[in-house]
Design a protein around this ligand. Structure first.
Ligand code: FAD
Length: 240
């Protein structure tokens, strides 16, 4: 697929969890992409030009293009959040190779940090919509329970993909949350992977999140689990 610039119209937005929103764009012409790819989202607002890369967080089987982000208070995010329905947003893409194309292995293991869940959500939604077989595991790391974006959607996809599990881990639980949280705790490490996903040694790994998360995950996989670099696909959310 060759990258092209496609005109879209802002179609709406919705809260995903505190501080995180999804924005929806209706393409005015055909736009093809693979689950997991990203694009440059550009628009004009108050005579200023804005442009940044974001993953398309939904599946190509869905009608509009979804983009999901943390509202950080930056000029870009404030301008994006103030756009009216129908506002023109140009999308340049598709870009990137964080897709299942290269998949030859029987099992996949996603390691996602925070908003890095976006391409994984796109891939799982696509596999569920298309009734594809996907065996493996998602390890999804967040600080607190309220920051688990797409929790219900992801569980729904896993239910449809028999043979796929989701392991949530939280790193900054409050004393009250400590009492009620029944999932994993702390950073993703080799023990957590071995405990929850014994087929890790037959798996391809997909790491996605901020550069610091990705660096730590890649080091852990190669040094502590002996995973070779060619079995690791990585997407850096540069800018975090
Ligand atoms: C392939 C790819 C896919 C991506 N997909 C997503 C996605 O799906 N969702 C998503 O949310 N993001 C995604 N990103 C990241 C996205 O492009 C933005 O960089 C990110 O959202 C931060 O944008 P921002 O406007 O909030 O921060 P910015 O304002 O651009 O800030 C970026 C960094 O610079 C620091 N900074 C900003 N201003 C200053 C200053 N004056 N002094 C010092 N430090 C400063 C901030 O603290 C922050 O750490 C992706 C990036 C890439 C490359």
């Amino acid at each position: 697929m060759v990258a092209e610039i496609v005109k879209t119209e802002m179609a709406g937005k919705t809260d995903i969890c505190p501080g995180i929103k999804s924005f929806f764009f209706r393409p005015t012409e055909s736009f093809e992409y693979k689950a997991g790819q990203y694009s440059l989202f550009s628009f004009e607002h108050d005579s200023k030009e804005y442009s940044k890369p974001f993953t398309i967080s939904n599946s190509p089987t869905r009608e509009n293009i979804e983009m999901t982000t943390i509202l950080s208070g930056s000029d870009y995010k404030n301008a994006l959040d103030s756009l009216e329905k129908g506002h023109i947003v140009n999308i340049k893409g598709p870009l990137g190779s964080f897709t299942l194309d290269a998949l030859k292995e029987e099992y996949v293991c996603f390691l996602a940090g925070g908003v890095g869940i976006t391409p994984v959500k796109s891939i799982l939604e696509y596999a569920a919509d298309e009734s594809r077989t996907l065996k493996g595991c998602l390890f999804y790391s967040n600080r607190t329970p309220d920051r688990i974006a797409f929790a219900e959607e992801l569980d729904g996809f896993a239910d449809k993909l028999s043979g796929f599990r989701i392991i949530n881990t939280l790193t900054s639980l409050s004393p009250e949350e400590e009492q009620s949280w029944t999932g994993e705790r702390g950073y993703i490490d080799e023990e957590m992977i071995k405990r929850n996903f014994p087929r890790y040694s037959d798996s391809r790994f997909y790491i996605v999140g901020p550069p610091a998360f990705n660096g730590a995950m890649k080091k852990m996989l190669s040094e502590n689990l002996g995973v070779s670099g060619e079995l690791i696909t990585l997407e850096n959310f540069a800018g975090y």
